[in-house]
Design a protein around this ligand. Structure first.
Ligand code: FES
Ligand code: FE
Length: 373
């Protein structure tokens, strides 16, 4: 696990093995995805007691569900009897309890073991001790975040604080009222590329002029390659011609009323390590979560969120969805074109970071520190 320097003024990237080696991926699962706060679901998906969602976090399957008291609970999705996967669906709803499909051990919405065939003949099975294994859970911005660590890092510092720092203002994110917005569209992308290629792509705009014609039309400053999507804390200004953040620059939908005047006609973007990207524009919010599945496969779930009355009215969100959907496709195509190169002997020593990509170098340093390399 080494990097090399190409020349004094240019910085080299990670070597190819970082994007292909299953052992490095396993270390990332353990030391990053299972150790940090990980965003798993939109809280509104869990709209009633018994609604649930499952997803892969590091090497574990996690079950998040709405309990009877309205709170969100998170558990390891593993039956305590003989270890079968409890919920096999990605999402759904149970009436009162989760029942294991193997021998029918049954768990309440609070995770407690409530029934099992012949349970009365097994007095030493403690129903709490043999309940589902709990996972730390938080709700913020209308999303459910979990942490598998026994002793989780500070959510305030690692998530809320990072967003505030990116925007240069602790209050700014609140202006978008993200928890009160409604899902207008969700698109899930199954990307055949390592999660770091996706993050690195998101962190630089050197590629914007080449692959994002629609985006650079709306955000002309992206065409010069220096805007970093990773951290557009100043807000990229819409081009004079653009009336809204839409695929053809036409007018957007109703503006979020609490967006400040200085945030109007501007695009903000940020990465919250390790797997969330947030884009803010005056009339909607685009919220990406990455689910790293293998060294060469990442599922990306992208939500477009609008004011509730906009979604309820059946207004056409298509033109605003289409803009970033195209950006996503253009970016993920680029990542998939790059993935095979990571195995090539041409990339054994890695590649080069140009000056406008310097913050990718900071990401690599962060990654290697976390991996203890
Ligand atoms: Fe779940 Fe036996 S493994 S009930
Ligand atoms: Fe891009």
């Amino acid at each position: 696990m080494t990097t090399t320097s190409a020349s004094p003024s240019l910085v080299s990237t990670l070597s190819g093995e970082f994007y292909t080696d299953p052992e490095i991926f396993a270390a990332e699962q353990e030391r990053i995805f299972e150790a940090m706060w990980f965003c798993v679901a939109r809280a509104a998906e869990l709209d009633k007691p018994g609604s649930f969602r499952t997803c892969q976090v590091g090497r574990e399957s996690v079950l998040v569900s709405r309990a009877r008291d309205g709170s969100v609970k998170a558990f390891l999705n593993i039956c305590r009897h003989r270890g079968a996967r409890l919920c096999t669906q990605e999402s759904g709803e149970v009436k009162r309890a989760f029942q294991c499909p193997y021998h029918a051990w049954t768990y309440g919405l609070d995770g407690k073991l409530v029934a099992a065939p012949n349970l009365t003949s097994m007095p030493d099975v403690d129903r709490v001790a043999f309940g589902l294994v709990k996972v730390h859970v938080r709700e913020w911005l209308g999303y459910v975040w979990v942490c598998l660590a026994d002793d989780p890092p500070s959510f305030e510092e690692d998530v809320i604080g990072v967003v505030a720092e990116r925007l240069g203002d602790a209050e700014a994110i609140g202006n978008y009222g993200i928890d009160g917005l409604r899902l207008g569209r969700r698109i899930t992308y199954d990307v055949q590329a390592n999660w770091k290629l996706i993050i690195e792509n998101f962190m630089e705009c050197y590629h914007c002029a080449t692959i994002h014609p629609e985006l650079t039309e709306v955000l002309p400053e992206f065409a010069d390659g220096f805007a970093a999507q990773y951290y557009v804390g100043h807000g990229a200004e819409f081009g004079e011609e653009a009336q809204g953040f839409t695929v053809d620059g036409s007018e957007g939908l109703d503006r979020i009323p609490t967006v400040a005047e200085g945030q109007d006609r501007r695009y903000y973007a940020m990465t919250v390590r390790p797997q969330v990207f947030i884009n803010l524009v005056p009339d909607h919010v685009i919220f990406h979560r990455m689910y790293p599945m293998a060294a060469d496969r990442t599922v990306v779930e992208c939500d477009w969120l609008y004011l509730p009355h906009v979604v309820d009215s059946g207004a056409d969100v298509g033109r605003s969805v289409e803009l970033f959907h195209r950006v996503n496709q253009q970016d993920f195509d680029a990542c998939e074109r790059t993935q095979p190169g990571m195995e090539s002997r041409a990339y054994i020593k890695g590649g080069v970071l140009v000056p406008s990509e310097h913050h990718i170098g900071a990401f690599h340093t962060w990654l290697q520190t976390r991996l203890g390399a």
